[in-house]
Design a protein around this ligand. Structure first.
Ligand SMILES: [Zn+2]
Length: 123
């Protein structure tokens, strides 16, 4: 599986696939967050976030390319693991400048949400 494939093309990101099993701590986490935060997190986990790949699929963007690097599609995996403009933020919150797919699989939703909100790409 390519690192940046997502649910739009029928392949779920690894970190979603490994979280399909019911997890009480993740359920408690979800129940204790406002709807706005859950919308952001749900979008990222399902590939339906307000990123160009999904917006292009919905007919709301002319292309699916990352608005900053313009080298890759603007997917959840690209945003969380590779997006060059967020390297310092990623290092501070997620622990490294660039994340491998294995690392991405083990990040807790709390950190994904914290990173997404700190990026200021979601409102
Ligand atoms: Zn990029």
């Amino acid at each position: 599986m390519s690192f940046c494939q997502d649910v739009v093309h029928g392949v779920m990101p690894t970190f979603v696939c490994k979280n399909v099993v019911f997890d009480h701590s993740r359920a408690r986490f979800a129940l204790n967050h406002p709807r706005k935060d859950l919308r952001i997190l749900g979008g990222l986990l399902t590939g339906h976030a307000d990123l160009n790949r999904h917006l292009h699929t919905m007919g709301l963007r002319q292309n699916s390319v990352c608005p900053l690097c313009q080298e890759e599609e603007d997917t959840t995996a690209h945003f969380i693991a590779q997006y060059s403009a967020l390297m310092l933020l990623r290092k501070n919150i997620l622990g490294d400048y660039i994340l491998s797919s294995d690392t991405l699989s083990n990040i807790h939703w709390f950190l994904v949400l914290k990173f997404a909100k700190a990026s200021k790409r979601f409102y």
